[in-house]
Design a protein around this ligand. Sequence first.
Ligand SMILES: Cc1cc2nc3c(=O)[nH]c(=O)nc-3n(C[C@H](O)[C@H](O)[C@H](O)COP(=O)(O)O)c2cc1C
Length: 201
Amino acid sequence: MKRIVLAITGASGSAYGIRTLECLLSADREVHFVVSPMAERVILHETGATLDQHLTGILAAAPEGGSLVRHRYDDLFASVASGSFATEGMIVAPCSMATVAEIASGYAHSLVVRAADVALKERRTLVVVPRETPLSSIHLSNMLKVTEAGGVVLPAMPAFYHRPTHIRDLVDFVVSRILNVFGIEHSLISEWSDDSIEPEE
Ligand SMILES: Cc1cc2nc3c(=O)[nH]c(=O)nc-3n(C[C@H](O)[C@H](O)[C@H](O)COP(=O)(O)O)c2cc1C
């Protein structure tokens, strides 16, 4: 089974991380999951449910193929803290600007940042999904540093050309882009094609 690391941090947009987890399990991944303490609080605030409640629902609905391995935020002895533990890469969704700064500086004090550090040093795919607005020059320069180190900065910027009608559609747009980076098949959003364009009057 393919392994992938997923972290949720304390930026707004916890739904991106929760939906990504559902999709990775559906795609038969062994998901190594780390959540920051602030993320746990933001999840409860934004969704009205605790992380554990979400996980119970997600695992009950998940197909047989995938599996979840949850790691403690402060457990730097965890498998994913070592480059010798092979994975496809890592997703941080959503990624706070605090965590972007830590990844950019290599200050690997938590398992989230250490696992991201490992992905970069091992030249594996690292996707960070920042959400903040407006952006300061500090945010921009940290995102540039992550990009220059080989990471993919994939801002939580849903588009509207697929005519979303529900929040779920906006979330799925961003999650589809995350999955595309790893080449994971999904049916969240239809591919844009010549047939997608309305004929002009
Ligand atoms: C309700 C709420 C929403 C937040 N939204 C954002 C956000 O969108 N982007 C961001 O960079 N920080 C946001 N923050 C601030 C982060 O939670 C804070 O910087 C925290 O230190 C991040 O820690 P972490 O990256 O370890 O989870 C938010 C905080 C709260 C309470």
